[in-house]
Design a protein around this ligand. Structure first.
Ligand SMILES: *[C@@H]1O[C@H](CO)[C@@H](O)[C@H](O)[C@H]1NC(C)=O
Length: 133
């Protein structure tokens, strides 16, 4: 006699659970989208911030213009766990065109969807100019 209401209760709460998960889910929206152009000196390095809101929390990745996923290059480029792409200061011989003078895009994705940022034109190694007095 008590079994039927119990089963109904389980069915009801399970559906309720699914329903509310679906209602909550939201595709990514950029909170910080990187700028379309950034120039930096080899002595300062730079950081490209990118993060997005969504439910579940979107995962951040970066890609180059041809769609290749950006990988860390030791000492020259790495992605922090918060999604920021970091270009540390570097010496002139370490300059690499495919790292320091190229186009990047940030991707934010969760199981609802994926969004792609604008293209970010990066130009690093603006060598310091010493003005004559
Ligand atoms: C940046 O380049 C200049 C000029 O080549 C050099 O003097 C300087 O040491 C470099 N900065 C770093 C952090 O290596």
């Amino acid at each position: 006699m008590l079994v039927l209401p119990y089963i109904l209760f389980i069915i009801f709460t399970r559906q309720g659970g699914c329903e509310s998960a679906r209602k909550d889910a939201r595709g990514p929206i950029f909170r910080n989208e990187p700028p379309s152009r950034i120039e930096f000196s080899n002595s300062s390095g730079t950081e490209l911030r990118c993060n997005a809101d969504g439910i579940p929390t979107p995962r951040i990745t970066w890609q180059t213009r041809d769609g290749t996923a950006v990988k860390d290059v030791p000492g020259l480029r790495h992605m922090r766990s918060d999604g920021t792409l970091v270009f540390p200061p570097f010496s002139k011989p370490d300059y690499r065109q495919d790292v320091h003078d190229t186009v990047y895009q940030c991707l934010a994705s969760n199981n609802v969807g994926t969004i792609l940022s604008r293209e970010v034109h990066v130009r690093g190694g603006e060598w310091e100019i010493y003005l004559l007095e």
